[in-house]
Design a protein around this ligand. Structure first.
Ligand code: 21N
Length: 793
């Protein structure tokens, strides 16, 4: 191995870069071969279009997939730093908010590992997801300049530059053949420069590509302004172009409506489609008759759905296809994945914004809409209400473009991300579309890659698994089922317990460092890490910690502490910077943690920490060390969840509601190995109209006590009244998340957890069964579904 590590390398940081660069160099040959092979279009090419790719670190994953871990360790043995420590020096590529972005990253790993020709297209944000600091218990956001020290993985490929137009206006003319053509003129052009990142498959020689676009000013920008002497104006415009890919929007699960966001979406969509068409033309010329058979674009939510009218524009305006021909191609290449049912997350852009920024695109959307509404009129003759309801344009004093409708109309496939989610889509949000085109709708339950989320992040468990089962499970996770035969094997139980304990020890080192709280490995580790959102109900968890705190104090005063099951509770996650309630929940968690951890009578039984800056790399340490995974969203609100699967794979037990993929996890592992509680989606919907939280509070002495302590100001002695909005939300009949309604059921489920945890052997057996039954949640299974049922690749 050409390790590239010269004697002159001094800092550990240089060493990281040297190793990473050398690993990348070793991929270059296979990378080129993969490109050449796929360039011949023998198999279908898939473009996965996403505004987010939450890749995390690349080194450990690359070494695992390329089978270079041992060799690297050897090379490093002559230096004073271990491989794990070196891996820690890499900045996370935090180019995503949460589940949707991380799903895209897991999918890339699965596609490469399953030898599929899939290219990820995204944005090379200069600033990824913000870094979260906690100051006085409050979240403070810090910019994440992840490229500061350079990115050893990326390759700038300027020969793939394309130009993306903005603003201007349209004109039409009749050409020599008598055809009316449209040109979009006086545009402000932005250059898209491709940066490629390698995506190595698991030990199969394939290296796929993640192509990230950076916006730059075009070289000949504003020549007229220069000539008129407006030098400074012209240079200032340069910044406008470069702003587009400056920063990732950090509002997960809520639409934000900012103009710059729409510019990012169009920039990504246009650049990626131009790239795909350029590739096609260089191979086949301008005959597009075979294009739809050879290409498919998977839209990761509606964020890149402006790709629909953009593909029409390129085919009609640039390559002069007839509308019907272009529509045939577009509607046979687009596939749309929906990730949420929350109405506040559905993207709607003001028509006025399109008119200004993308005038040609708006014309095309109108044309698509007019033709599609003809179909609607045929299906529901005389029903003008239905026309208004299903129109891509939402009328009103400020008309909007409904992006989900645009995506559905143009796609041959629309999928949800878990069984319940898809069912709710077809029976609720999109039911009229389902009536019109039932054949478009399908479910693809999410998954996570077992390479990163088991083999890489949990080497100790991996060793145990390999010893018992061999290594096939890394490529086919269903093999883990064989573990079920070993649940009576005493030596396996011993090893399993020892691995969990060692992982808990490692996590407690991190928690001590990041939170200043000592987590004791012999205590139960109870974890909820995910974005902070009311629907995910971190509040329910916090209320339960308050209950445990009261229960512990009572037990101490009554001398009955022997009944307590000692536990360490961890919450982590980021709040969208503009989401006041989510930020207040973080403050409450931190104040509560301070109260709990400073009571030395309590800490033998209960400890509580809020982990700052939860991200992909933190999860790699957290999920192998977790005993109990909290998946407690209000039923019907969490589309799928994917953290739930990472915990299950690593042998955590789940306390959860019948929501998202939890339902399928429960199905796989059985009720006896899962702590189920709460209302189901239907019950939530039925209760909603006459919900009386006060009734639930009255019926639960435990919740009454918790509310009493919260309302007394016990957790905000120096800050009177600050938690009023939280207290109000629990007591409001309009609380859509119904926290009070599920509290008692949750508390009882937590008691079942304690009883189960006391029986160390049977707990370990349950843990083994969870890992054994997690095979269905490999993203390889999910991708096999996309491949066979959507892509036909
Ligand atoms: C998640 F700011 N959806 S993260 C689901 F405008 N949507 O909640 C989860 F740029 N993000 O249940 C599921 O497992 C996961 O997807 C994978 O399917 C997420 C939406 C979003 C909205 C706006 C913006 C950014 C992201 C912003």
């Amino acid at each position: 191995m050409n390790n590239g590590l010269g004697q002159e390398e001094h800092t550990e940081h240089d060493l990281f870069h040297a190793l990473a660069s050398s690993v990348k160099d070793q991929m270059l040959g296979s990378w080129r071969e993969t490109r050449t092979k796929d360039g011949h279009y023998r198999t279908k090419q898939v473009a996965y279009l996403s505004l987010e790719f939450l890749m995390g670190r690349a080194l450990g994953n690359a070494l695992l997939n390329l089978e270079l871990t041992d060799e690297s360790r050897q090379v490093l043995s002559q230096y004073a730093i271990g491989l794990e420590a070196l891996e820690e020096l890499e900045h996370d590529a935090g180019l995503g908010n949460g589940g949707l972005g991380r799903l895209a990253a897991c999918f890339l790993d699965s596609c490469a590992s399953m030898d599929l020709a899939v290219t990820g297209y995204g944005i090379r944000y200069e600033y990824g997801m913000f870094a979260q600091k906690i100051v006085d218990g409050y979240q403070v956001e810090r910019p994440d300049r992840w490229l500061r020290d350079g990115n050893p993985w990326e390759v700038r490929v300027p020969n793939h530059n394309v130009i993306v137009p903005f603003f201007g206006h349209t004109e039409s003319y009749i050409d020599k053949g008598g055809r009316r053509n449209v040109i979009w003129v006086d545009t402000q052009d932005v250059m898209a420069v491709a940066y490629d990142m390698p995506v190595p498959g698991y030990r199969n020689g394939r290296i796929n590509t993640l192509r990230l676009w950076k916006s730059e000013a075009t070289d000949d920008f504003d020549l007229t302004e220069f000539n008129q002497g407006d030098y400074t104006e012209a240079v200032a415009r340069k910044n406008l172009a470069e702003q587009i890919t400056m920063v990732l929007y950090p509002n997960d699960a809520s639409e934000n409506g900012k103009e710059l966001r729409l510019r990012q979406q169009y920039f990504l969509s246009s650049a990626s489609l131009q790239d795909l068409l350029n590739n096609w033309v260089s191979q086949h010329g301008t005959d597009f008759s075979g294009f739809a058979k050879a290409n498919v674009m998977q839209l990761n939510d509606t964020h890149p759905s402006v790709a629909v009218p953009e593909l029409m524009r390129l085919l009609v305006d640039h390559y002069f296809l007839e509308w019907d021909q272009a529509w045939e191609i577009t509607s046979n290449t687009m596939a749309y994945t929906n990730h949420t049912l929350l109405p506040e997350a559905l993207e709607r852009w003001p028509v006025r914004m399109f008119q200004q920024m993308l005038p040609r695109i708006l014309e095309i959307i109108y044309e698509i809409n007019a033709r599609y509404l003809d179909d609607v009129a045929h299906h529901w003759p005389g029903d003008s209400e239905m026309l208004a309801k299903m129109s891509i344009i939402e009328e009103g004093c400020e008309p909007h473009v409904r992006m989900a409708y645009l995506a559905i109309v143009a796609s041959f496939s629309v999928n949800g991300v878990a069984g319940l989610h898809t069912q709710l889509l077809t029976s609720g949000l999109f039911k009229e579309f389902y009536a019109l085109w039932p054949e478009k709708f399908n479910n693809r339950t999410n998954g996570v890659t077992p390479r990163r989320w088991l083999a890489h992040c949990n080497p100790k468990l991996t060793e145990v698994l390999i010893k018992r089962l061999g290594g096939e499970w890394v490529k086919d996770l269903k093999h883990l089922h064989a573990l079920n035969a070993f649940t009576e094997d005493k030596s396996l139980l011993e090893e399993w317990r020892a691995v969990k304990l060692a992982n808990k020890r490692e996590l407690s080192v991190m928690i001590a460092k990041e939170c200043g709280v000592e987590f004791v490995p012999s205590m139960m580790f109870d974890v909820q890490v995910k974005r902070i959102h009311e629907y995910k109900r971190q509040l329910l968890n916090i209320l339960h910690v308050i209950h445990l705190y009261q229960k512990t104090i009572t037990a101490i005063s009554e001398g009955k502490t022997d009944k307590l099951v000692p536990r360490c509770v961890l919450i982590g996650g980021k709040a969208a910077p503009g989401y006041a309630m989510a930020k207040l929940l973080i403050k409450l968690a931190n104040n509560l943690a301070h109260m709990v951890n400073s009571d030395l009578d309590v800490t033998p039984y209960l400890r509580f920490a809020f982990l700052p800056n939860y991200n992909v790399s933190a999860m790699e340490k957290i999920c192998p060390a977790t005993d109990l995974s909290q998946q407690i969203s209000t039923a019907g609100k969490e589309a799928s969840g994917t953290g739930n699967m990472k915990f299950m794979m690593n042998g955590a037990l789940t306390i959860g509601t019948l929501d998202g993929a939890n339902i399928e996890m429960l199905e796989e592992v059985g009720e006896e190995n899962f702590f189920l509680f709460g209302l189901d989606a239907q019950e939530v919907k039925l209760l909603q109209p006459n919900y009386q939280p006060e009734d639930f509070i009255k019926q639960s002495p435990a919740l009454q006590q918790v509310m009493g302590l919260l309302e007394s100001g016990h957790f905000n002695l120096q800050e009177p009244g600050i938690f009023e909005p939280i207290i109000e939300s629990i007591k409001s009949p309009n609380d859509p998340w119904m926290t009070a309604a599920d509290f008692e059921s949750y508390r009882l489920a937590q008691e079942r957890v304690e009883d189960a945890y006391k029986e160390s052997n049977s707990w370990t057996q349950m843990s083994i069964r969870n890992t054994a039954c997690s095979g269905r949640f490999s993203s390889d299974v999910t991708i096999a579904g996309y491949r066979d049922k959507i892509w036909r690749a």
